[in-house]
Design a protein around this ligand. Structure first.
Ligand SMILES: Nc1ncnc2c1ncn2[C@@H]1O[C@H](COP(=O)(O)OP(=O)(O)O)[C@@H](O)[C@H]1O
Ligand SMILES: [Mg+2]
Length: 298
């Protein structure tokens, strides 16, 4: 069942088109990654989905209800975390979390205390003293202790260190296991790819690719650095190998298409691996592939 459906959303700010026909959906029990660089239109889409901004055209529904008309109903079952959390400066973090909870009507106090522990959060300080990361934690703890069916998270980890990022990921997985649905936006593909069942990639107000990461593999290339005992002859002639560069010490740097990675790895290991480093494709790499692909079709 689809928990969230957006169809052909457009948004004009004056003459500027921020969204140009954005369609996406989130299935019940899935994590949907909404990926795109800064300024692509992620937050604008999300504000429309929250009923905080009216679309210029198109429509969107959450729990089969219209996001603009039925916002109040929808929000009873929805939790939202923005990327830039503003709080009441004179309340403590703990007071704000409880306030969020009371405004919702119900929240899980036991879960709240677990989350405070997991995020190593000190709820006794005034919000004005919190760093960006700590303000982020307030919103995350409030959201994950809410009994929501859909979580809309707009770059929620922008201020968190890697350890806390991990805690966040565990929270997302826990909600998913409970059958909850999550829309997670990010401008960093690798940060969300291990969480997401499907992703949609937005650029300049348009969804340019969507599907499971498996389906998007044709767009991704892994960056490899390799040193082998015997010279790696014939590498650059192999299918799916690109941009081979050789250093003086013999280390080779190159890129491999996702679908050819297995074959290439076999070839490499037959030559005695001395050193092997791999880096995932970046979002920028992925966009490059996308536009190269389109160019070739013309
Ligand atoms: N209220 C607004 N008025 C004018 N332009 C806006 C407004 N809100 C967002 N924009 C513009 O719309 C584009 C998309 O912004 P946004 O949705 O915040 O992107 P993202 O969240 O992907 O970084 C940007 O070019 C931004 O400057
Ligand atoms: Mg944004």
């Amino acid at each position: 069942m689809k928990v969230l459906v957006a169809e052909s959303l457009t948004k004009q700010f004056g003459n500027f088109t921020a969204l140009n026909g954005v369609s996406l959906h989130v299935e019940e029990g899935e994590v949907y990654g909404f990926i795109g660089p800064n300024g692509a239109g992620k937050s604008t889409t999300i504000r429309i989905l929250l009923g905080a901004l009216k679309a210029s055209s198109g429509k969107a529904a959450i729990f089969q209800k219209d996001v603009w008309i039925d916002a109040v109903e929808i929000h009873k079952r929805l939790a939202y975390v923005p990327g830039d959390v503003n709080l009441w400066p004179n309340l403590t973090g703990g007071e704000v979390i409880d306030l969020f909870g009371r405004m919702r009507g119900s929240y899980n106090k036991k879960r709240k205390n677990e989350l405070i522990e997991q995020f190593s959060f000190d709820p006794s300080k005034k919000c004005r003293t919190y760093s960006k990361g700590n303000r982020q934690k307030v919103a995350l703890i409030a959201a994950f202790s809410a009994e929501a069916d859909l979580y809309i998270l707009d770059e929620p980890t922008s201020g968190l260190d890697p350890l806390m990022e991990r805690v966040f990921q565990d929270c997302v997985m826990a909600e998913k296991e409970r059958g909850k649905s999550i829309l997670l936006s990010s401008h960093i593909l690798s940060e969300v790819e291990r969480l997401c069942d499907r992703v949609g990639i937005i650029r300049e107000g348009e969804i340019i690719e969507s599907g499971t990461l498996e389906e998007l593999r044709h767009l991704t290339r892994t960056n490899l650095s390799v040193q082998t005992k015997e010279p790696l002859v014939g590498l650059s002639a192999m299918n799916g190998v690109h941009d081979v560069l050789q250093e003086e010490d013999g280390t080779l740097h190159f890129q491999v298409d996702g679908e050819e990675l297995g074959t290439v790895m076999k070839h490499i290991s037959a030559h005695g691996v001395v050193k092997l480093e791999s880096a995932p494709p970046t979002l920028e790499d992925l966009f490059m592939r996308h536009y190269e692909g389109r160019g070739a079709q013309r």
